[in-house]
Design a binder for this molecule. Structure first.
Ligand code: UDP
Length: 429
């Protein structure tokens, strides 16, 4: 952060080059612009080219005089798959070196941030590598990298170090809200100063755009081409009858897992809309793709498959009654705001802990953790969509209201965003 040429505070935003990070950081960028700050957003060349191709991003941001995109190469060959995640501690190091104040924005939930933060303490206490301790958080609920056999595991080390780096920053932004994660935010605040919980960012941005009489947009920040045919399919389905199935932008299932999901969905006899990216299922060389005819038939009757959806719009659609998700944090928040209960099949990293909170703490759905069996899928789909639907819908509706209140005037996230803007001005002032 520094003073911009217009004498306005200038914020440089540097996301990891992954869909979930780019998406939520662009929303933060837009919120800062709406508050009168000057923002430079740094994308990898590869991602920027995709965003320009698949979204109206440039038009959307052109209305802000204090906004610019910059790009940097990611150093990977063009044909590289670019799956997976990473950390970017070099940004913090460089900023500190040249005397620019840094605020960490971690795009994960407060509960997973806190579990990452506690890893060094768990190692010291001999609880990692996992020995079998079972408290409220079971071993399988810890972030996936805690499953490493050795605490010197590279990924475990990276995630731990990068989380503790917050202590060197001037503050921590989290995409969450007090009514959802208040007790954990209090724990974090004992160790980290200036914690700004300002989420759910997508709803916060929508509210601010309305307040400032800008055109609202279903803010697509997609790195994939959105296929809108699913919206007309949804229009033809009865109210709350469709289970939306998506495992986000990174998860890859084995062929066996994919077939278990598919059988479970078809056997549940419920309608489903399934996002299947071209790289969603691990390919086995030379294998013929002749799928069981009952699956193909069942899908024709009650299902619809697309490569990429406008997810926020899908979740808000009247026909959608449940979300079968990998518990990525953006997806979880989008489902919470839409008041849609979830079945969780966490894939990696923070998702294991998010799904535990969805099931056990917030009572917003069911946690299928580490199980991938057609009978379980069928049962959970029926539980969520029919047998135990009422209780899930009740808690989902309550949480959706709290989420919306938090970003309204007088709400906690609204207040915290004002504090953040004020503190940025003071830091640079
Ligand atoms: N998403 C989307 N269309 C899809 C699937 C996902 O727009 O068909 C968006 C979704 O709305 C969310 C993001 O991709 O904002 C995925 O982020 P998340 O943190 O849930 O999971 P990740 O992809 O990082 O595992």
């Amino acid at each position: 952060m520094e003073k911009g040429s217009s004498n306005r505070p200038h914020v440089l935003i540097f996301p990891l080059p992954a869909q979930g990070h780019v998406n939520s950081m662009l929303k933060l960028a837009e919120l800062l612009c709406l508050s009168g700050l000057f923002v430079t957003f740094v994308n990898s060349e590869h991602n920027h080219e995709r965003l320009v191709r698949f979204t109206d991003l440039q038009v959307r941001f052109s209305k802000y005089q204090g906004f610019q995109f910059k790009t940097v190469p990611d150093g990977l060959p063009v044909e590289h798959q670019r799956t997976g995640d990473g950390t970017s501690e070099f940004v913090l190091e460089s900023a500190i070196e040249i005397g620019i104040p840094v605020i960490h924005f971690r795009t994960v939930s407060a509960c997973s941030y806190w579990s990452y933060f506690c890893i060094p303490d768990m190692i010291k206490a001999g609880e990692l590598p996992i020995k079998g301790m079972e408290t409220f958080l079971r071993c399988r609920d810890l972030p996936s990298f805690c499953r490493a056999d050795d605490t010197s595991d590279l990924y475990l080390q990276q995630m731990t170090n990068c989380t503790r780096q917050t202590l060197r920053a001037r503050g921590l932004i989290l995409n969450t809200f007090e009514d959802l994660e208040g007790p954990i935010l209090s724990q974090i605040r004992r160790r980290v100063s200036n914690v700004y919980s300002i989420g759910p960012l997508h709803e916060h941005l929508r509210k601010k755009l309305i307040e400032q009489k800008h055109q609202t947009h279903q803010s697509s920040n997609s790195l994939w081409e959105v296929d809108r045919s699913c919206m007309s399919w949804l229009d033809k389905q009865p109210s709350k009858s469709v289970l939306y199935v998506s495992f986000g932008s990174i998860a890859v299932t084995t062929k066996e897992q994919f077939l278990e999901f598919w059988h479970g969905l078809v056997d549940s006899k419920k309608r489903f809309l399934w996002v299947m990216r071209a790289d969603s299922v691990a390919k086995i060389d030379g294998e013929a793709e002749d799928y069981p005819p009952e699956l193909v038939e069942g899908t024709k009757e009650r299902g619809f498959i697309v490569e990429w959806t406008p997810q926020e719009e899908v979740l808000a659609h009247e026909a959608v009654g449940g979300f079968f998700t990998h518990s990525g944090w953006n997806s979880t928040l989008e489902s919470i705001v839409a008041g849609v209960p979830m079945i969780c099949w966490p894939y990696f990293a923070d998702q294991q802990i998010n799904s535990r909170f969805v099931g056990e703490v917030w009572k917003l759905g069911l946690d299928m953790k580490d199980v991938c069996d057609r009978k379980v899928v069928e049962k959970m789909v029926n539980d969520l969509m029919e047998d135990n639907r009422e209780e899930f819908v009740r808690s989902a509706a309550k949480m959706a209201e709290l989420a919306r209140n938090s970003v309204s005037k007088g709400g906690s996230s609204n207040h915290n965003l004002n504090c953040l803007i004020e503190d940025i001005r003071l830091m640079i002032g």
